[in-house]
Ligand binder design. Structure first.
Ligand code: AP5
Ligand code: MG
Ligand code: ZN
Length: 218
C-alpha cells in the first residue's frame, strides 16, 4: 500500500514547516515542488530557467513542466511506500493526473488543508528565511534561528526567496484563490480530506495535521 499525503494551503500557510515534522513522524519522504524547482534553478538546468520566469512573478509554472518533474521524483525507490506532497497538486489538472497515476495502484490519498487568513500570510512570507542547503524554514520573529543568518540544522547560510516580497505575494495569493483553493472542495467530494487551523502556533498545527492523517487512516 502506497500512502500519499497531500498538504494543501496558501503560500506561507506553513506547508514546508509542517512537512519537515510530518516527514519524520510519518516516515515518508517530503516532496516539495517549489524546492525541486529551486534546486533546478541553483543547478542551472533547463527546467530551472523555464520555471524561474513564472516563479519570480508569482505565477504557477505550467502543469506539464510540474507534472513531469513530480512524477520523475516520485518514481524513485524512496517513494515506494508513499510520500508527503508539499505544494502539489496546485490545479485541478495536476490533481487529475496524480489521480490517474495512482488509479489502479494499491494507494491511498489523504489531504490536509492548512487554513490561514490572507491578512496573516504577508507577515509570514516577508519575514521568512530559508536554508538553501536543507530547505529548513525560519521566521525573523515567529521562529528565529539560534544564530541570526545561520541554519540550526546544517549551519548553512540562510537566504530570502526572490518571490517573498509583499508585491509578489499579492500575485501568489490571487493564483492560490483562483487555481488552488478549489482543490479543497474537489478532494472533499472524493474522499479523505481534513482541514486544520493554521493560524495558531506551529506545535498546535502539527498536532492537528497528525491527528488528521491518523484519523483518516483509521
Ligand atoms: P512553493 O515553494 O511551494 O511556495 P508556496 O506554495 O508559495 O508556499 P511557501 O513555501 O511560500 O509557504 P509554505 O506553506 O511552505 O510556508 P512555510 O512553512 O515556509 O512554490 C514556489 C513557486 O514554485 C510557486 O509560486 C510556483 O511558481 C512554483 N510551483 C511550485 N509548485 C507548483 C505546482 N504544483 N504547480 C505550479 N507551480 C508550482 O511558512 C512561511 C513562514 O511562516 C515561515 O517563515 C515560517 O517560519 C512561518 N510560519 C509557519 N508556520 C507558522 C505558524 N504556525 N505561526 C507563525 N509563523 C509560522
Ligand atoms: Mg514551502
Ligand atoms: Zn540547513
Amino acid at each position: 500500500m502506497q500512502h500519499v499525503v497531500i498538504l494543501l494551503g496558501a503560500p506561507g500557510a506553513g506547508k514546508g514547516t509542517q512537512a519537515q515534522r510530518l516527514t519524520e513522524a510519518l516516515s515518508l519522504p517530503h516532496i516539495s515542488t517549489g524546492d525541486l524547482f529551486r534546486e533546478n534553478l541553483s543547478q542551472g538546468t533547463d527546467l530551472g530557467s523555464k520555471a524561474k520566469v513564472f516563479m519570480e512573478r508569482g505565477d504557477l509554472v505550467p502543469d506539464e513542466l510540474v507534472i513531469d518533474m513530480l512524477f520523475d521524483r516520485v518514481s524513485r525507490e524512496d517513494c515506494k511506500s508513499g510520500y508527503l506532497l508539499d505544494g502539489f497538486p496546485r490545479t485541478i489538472a495536476q490533481a487529475e493526473s496524480l489521480g490517474a497515476r495512482l488509479d489502479g495502484a494499491d494507494a491511498t490519498i489523504q489531504v490536509v488543508d492548512i487554513q490561514v487568513p490572507d491578512a496573516i500570510i504577508t507577515k509570514r512570507i516577508t519575514g521568512r528565511w530559508s536554508c538553501p542547503d536543507c530547505n529548513a524554514v525560519y521566521h525573523a520573529t515567529f521562529s528565529p534561528p539560534k544564530t541570526a543568518g545561520t541554519c540550526d540544522a546544517c549551519s548553512g547560510t540562510l537566504t530570502q526567496r526572490k518571490d517573498d516580497t509583499a508585491q509578489v505575494v499579492v500575485q501568489r495569493l490571487a493564483n492560490y484563490h483562483e487555481l488552488t483553493a478549489p482543490l479543497a472542495a474537489w478532494y472533499q467530494e472524493r474522499g479523505a480530506f481534513c482541514s486544520v487551523d493554521g493560524n495558531t502556533d506551529t506545535d498546535s498545527v502539527f498536532e492537528a495535521c497528525l491527528a488528521c492523517v491518523q484519523l483518516e487512516a483509521s
